[in-house]
Design a protein around this ligand. Structure first.
Ligand code: FES
Length: 127
């Protein structure tokens, strides 16, 4: 397996910012949750439609934020689509940061985790 350089990951982040995955309002959906950053005022809303066995049949996101937050939520929604609610609930902060592939400074950690926070909020609304 090839090891990608930080430059490649930075390019990927900028590309996902310009061309996000699973962007938009999912209608109809079973649950949705909006979460925001108290530091910058940016926000992300996650929409989920479940299938049999609590599989995440479809998922989308809306809102606004910096390149890191938007790339992270793109990668996250792509990662959890077709997985179970339990699988998604077990994604750790460290796994989310690892998906981005570059070191994230403490000041930007909230950006990297904003989508995951919104995802957890949405999953908790599913009964
Ligand atoms: Fe607001 Fe990154 S600066 S989410």
């Amino acid at each position: 397996m090839a090891i990608l350089s930080a430059d490649v990951y930075k390019e990927m982040i900028l590309d996902l910012y310009k061309n996000p995955l699973h962007r938009g309002v999912l209608d109809p959906c079973d649950v949705w949750h909006r979460d925001g950053s108290m530091f910058c005022g940016d926000d992300i809303t996650i929409f989920i439609r479940f299938g049999k066995g609590k599989i995440i049949e479809d998922i989308s996101h809306s809102g606004h934020g910096c390149a890191i937050s938007q790339a992270a939520v793109s990668l996250l929604t792509e990662h959890v689509k077709k997985k179970t609610k339990d699988d998604a609930l077990h994604i750790t902060n460290e796994q989310m940061v690892a998906m981005l592939g570059i070191p994230i400074s403490p000041a930007r950690m909230g950006c990297a985790l904003l989508g995951l926070k919104a995802l957890r909020g949405a999953l908790e609304k599913e009964t």
